[in-house]
Design a protein around this ligand. Structure first.
Ligand SMILES: [Zn+2]
Length: 223
C-alpha cells in the first residue's frame, strides 16, 4: 500500500516515499523474482492458481506524482499497479487532509491515459469519506456513483474499491459487494477480512531491505 511518491519535506501522515527509495524497493522486489502487478490482476491470478511470484501494488488517493514518479519507475521493471482515485476530486487536491500539505491529484485526462497504458483504475470513493457509519444513500453515492463516474471516464470496468482511511463496517462491505466490485482493499480489516475487505501491507519511506524482509516474513506467517 503506497500513496504518494515524491521528495517529501512535510509528511505528517507518513504517506510519501522518496522516488529514490521507491526505485530501490522495486529493485528489491525484482531481485527476489517478484513482479509488481495491479491488485485486480493479482486477484484474477489467485483464482487461476497462477499468483506465485506476483505482488499487488496499490496507490491510494491518485496523486499526480503517481504519473510523474511512480509510473516511470514501474515501467523500468515492467511492473504495473492499481491507482485508487477519488472520483469527484480529479484535477483537485487532497482537501480531506486538513493538516497535511496540499498535493495535486491526477486529472481526468491523466486517469484516462493511465488506464489506456494498462494501469488498473479503482475507486477510492466519491469524496474520500469514511464509510463506517454512513447510511444507505451516502454509501450508494460513495460506492456506486464513483464506480459509474470512473467507468464512464475510462471506458473500462472498474472492479476494485479501496476504503478511504481503511474505514468500513458491515453495511459498507455489503454496499461494495452490491455495487458489483470484484474485490475491495482495506488496511487491517480484522473480522471483516475477505474478498471485499483485503488486508494490505503499508510501505513507507523508512522501509529499506531489512524492513521489507521483515514485513514479507510477517505476512507469510500471518497467512
Ligand atoms: Zn485515501
Amino acid at each position: 500500500m503506497y500513496h504518494s511518491v515524491a521528495s517529501a519535506v512535510d509528511d505528517p501522515y507518513l504517506i510519501t516515499v522518496d522516488p529514490a527509495r521507491f526505485r530501490r524497493q522495486l529493485r528489491w522486489l525484482s531481485a527476489r523474482g517478484l513482479r509488481g502487478v495491479s491488485v485486480g490482476a493479482l486477484m484474477r491470478a489467485h483464482r487461476n492458481g497462477t499468483a506465485a511470484g506476483l505482488v499487488g501494488l496499490s496507490f491510494d488517493d491518485g496523486y499526480r506524482d503517481f504519473v510523474e514518479e511512480a509510473m516511470p519507475a514501474l515501467a523500468e521493471h515492467g511492473f504495473t499497479a492499481t491507482v485508487y482515485v477519488v472520483a469527484d476530486r480529479l484535477g483537485g487536491y487532497n482537501d480531506w487532509d486538513s493538516q497535511g500539505p496540499r498535493k495535486p491529484l491526477m486529472t481526468a485526462h491523466q486517469v484516462r491515459e493511465a488506464a489506456a497504458t494498462g494501469v488498473e483504475i479503482g475507486s477510492h470513493g466519491l469524496t474520500h469519506r469514511r464509510l463506517a457509519g454512513l447510511g444507505a444513500r451516502d454509501l450508494a453515492a460513495q460506492v456506486t456513483d464513483s464506480r459509474h463516474v470512473l467507468e464512464d471516464l475510462t471506458g473500462q470496468a472498474v472492479d476494485g474499491f479501496c476504503y478511504p482511511y481503511g474505514s468500513l463496517d458491515d453495511a459498507a462491505v455489503d454496499a461494495v459487494e452490491h455495487a458489483g466490485y470484484a474485490y475491495a482493499c482495506a488496511v487491517s480489516p480484522g473480522a471483516h477480512s475477505g474478498l471485499h475487505a483485503l488486508p494490505r501491507c503499508y510501505v513507507g519511506d523508512r522501509d529499506g531491505p531489512l524492513h521489507l524482509t521483515a514485513k514479507l516474513v510477517r505476512d507469510r506467517w500471518l497467512r
